[in-house]
Design a protein around this ligand. Structure first.
Ligand code: NDP
Ligand code: BG6
Length: 512
């Protein structure tokens, strides 16, 4: 039957998947999901993907019929894969609970197939293995590309030709980096689209799966007190801060080709910014949200050199221990100029945010580990209490969304110190997650994997978002590299280059 649907006046054919959904045929009983982790021998698979899949299984979130395949070149038996995977599985839902039985059941659903990434034949063998477990049910297949980006295309080609589902959906989760600049990212998108349609591609930015980032829209759109303040009229500046207290340990080889701007700013911080600043979407539908995010990105001007400060950590001795410099890593060239720190000021040229600086700061080997969004509000006009004990600059309200660690949302307010006198101090209205919610917060990968299985695209990056994000950073990255701009060196474990403070000061801002 040739069925059609009409959306926004445009008529198109209904896909097999949509037809089954409409006809109510996609039931748990007659369908199965096969998840193939490509690059299963690697770091991300062990650290994040298998543990997230187990957590979903433990919480009964996976479909009744599912199978997990590890795929990589390394030779391994099913038992060896299970042994490897079992080392990183934890009962994170409740650490006191004994989940060994569930773990055994989960591991019993994990299999391994060794093959080359560019061999259609090897993927055809994988297809045969998967089919055995599908047992004639409706076949849905998810491929998680947990591999270096230079082999994405080989895998997508081979998997789509030899191992995609014949009667259900096939989806592919792609890990960052999505290219190195506008051109390479566009080439990757074009390449992927030779074999997949946009709806099959799930570009992961795991920051979008973090609890507090998910909560951003809830906070703003479901509380009357915030949305009216969310504009240039009340907000003085917004800061997006990512800081790690360790260096590139073990990942220097990868990192040196990318640097902190590509690794953190162009994706994790920019995505948070877009979610923070977007207009109210028409609905919570993935396309409506992504439409609003892309509008924010397109309203921003590409970064200029004077809007940015870059840094690189150098060795530092503390308490008798010497912390290494970035260039001490054997996989990093001694004369590398790759930034491990960057601070930048961005502006959104629209009616809501005109003139409001959005500051970003991202760095490795700093004094602390934290990711936060800090919203500094304007001064109270004609403040009656300005002479009562708080200095003017510090006395403005600040809303802090602490993404990690110790997830929290707190609002800094001015408050009267109890007593007969009139003295003010700064206090926090504090929602500390650990105090309010006893359940452990799911790892970002759990939410994202579940969404990919359920076909929910809200937290994945659409190709036009990616294009707009690269357009902002590509000219700057080119200039930094062509002019070989030297990063300011900062000691391992410090607060980063002082240049970042001057950059903020240029806009009369103090970092939070
Ligand atoms: P790995 O370097 O551990 O690679 C994963 C697997 O890919 C390896 O076990 C290896 O399997 C295969 N592989 C590695 N290098 C090559 C190569 N040059 N040619 C062919 N195959 C190769 O990567 P990660 O697990 O760390 O990361 C996977 C993906 O996720 C990457 O795109 C990375 O950028 C991204 N990512 C990783 C994060 C992390 O914390 N690790 C965080 C965010 C993103 P075998 O030899 O058995 O075939
Ligand atoms: C990754 C970056 O995307 O995010 C890493 O490539 C970084 O360099 C990591 O360490 C941080 O993620 P999280 O979830 O540990 O904050």
């Amino acid at each position: 039957i040739d069925l059609k649907k009409v959306e926004n006046g445009v008529s198109s054919a209904i896909s097999a998947e949509e037809y089954r959904d409409l006809a109510g045929l996609s039931t748990r009983e007659n369908s199965t999901v096969s998840i193939t982790v490509v690059g299963a021998s690697g770091d991300l698979a062990k650290k994040k993907i298998f543990p997230a899949l187990f957590a979903l299984y433990y919480e009964d979130c996976l479909p009744e019929h599912f199978t997990i395949f590890g795929y990589a070149r390394s030779k391994m038996t099913d038992t060896e894969l299970r042994n490897m995977v079992s080392k990183t599985l934890t009962c994170r839902i409740d650490k006191r609970e004994n989940c060994s039985e569930k773990m055994e059941q989960f591991l019993g659903r994990c299999f391994y197939h060794s093959g080359q990434y560019d061999s259609e034949e090897n993927f055809a063998e994988l297809d045969k293995e998967i089919k055995k477990h599908e047992a004639g049910r409706l076949s849905n297949r998810l491929f998680y590309l947990s591999i270096p980006p230079n082999i994405f295309m080989d895998v997508v080609k081979c998997a789509s030709k030899s191992a995609s589902s014949a009667n259900g959906w096939t989806r592919v989760i792609v890990e960052k980096p999505f290219g190195q600049d506008s051109e390479s990212s566009a080439a990757l998108t074009r390449g992927l689209k030779q074999f997949l349609v946009e709806d099959q591609i799930f570009r992961i930015d795991h920051y979008l799966g973090k609890e507090l980032v998910e909560n951003l829209s809830v906070l703003r759109f479901s509380n009357l007190v915030f949305e009216p303040l969310w504009s240039r009229q009340y907000i003085r500046n917004v800061q997006l801060i990512f800081s790690e207290d360790f260096g590139t340990e073990g990942r220097g080889g990868y990192f040196d080709n990318y640097g902190i701007i590509r690794d953190i700013m162009q994706n994790h911080l920019l995505q948070m910014l877009a979610l923070f600043a977007m207009e109210t979407p028409i609905s919570l539908d993935a396309e409506d949200i992504r439409n609003e995010k892309v509008k924010v990105l397109r309203s921003m001007k590409p970064l200029q050199l004077e809007d940015v400060v870059i840094g690189q950590y150098k060795s530092h001795t503390k308490g008798g221990f010497t912390y290494p410099a970035y260039t001490d890593d054997k996989t990093v060239p001694r004369d590398s100029l790759t930034p491990t720190f960057a601070a930048a000021v961005l502006f959104i040229d629209n009616a809501r945010w005109d003139g409001v600086p959005f500051l970003m700061k991202a760095g490795k080997a700093l004094h602390t580990r934290r990711t936060e969004i800090r919203v500094q509000f304007r001064h109270v006009p004609g403040n009656l209490y300005r002479s009562f004990g708080t200095d003017l600059d510090r006395a403005t309200n600040e809303l802090v969304i602490r993404v990690q660690p110790d997830e929290a949302i707190y609002l800094k307010i001015n408050n009267k110190i109890p007593g007969l006198g009139m003295r003010l101090d700064r206090s926090n209205l504090n929602l500390l997650y650990a105090a309010r919610y006893s359940k452990e917060i799911p790892d970002a990968y759990e939410r994202l994997l579940l969404d990919a299985i359920e076909g929910e695209r809200r937290l994945f990056i659409r190709s036009d978002e990616l294009e707009a994000a690269w357009a902002l950073f590509t000219p700057l990255l080119k200039e930094l590299e062509e002019k070989r701009i030297a990063p300011e060196l900062y000691p391992y474990g410090s607060r980063g280059p002082v240049g970042a403070h001057y950059l903020a000061a240029k806009h009369k801002i103090r970092w939070g």
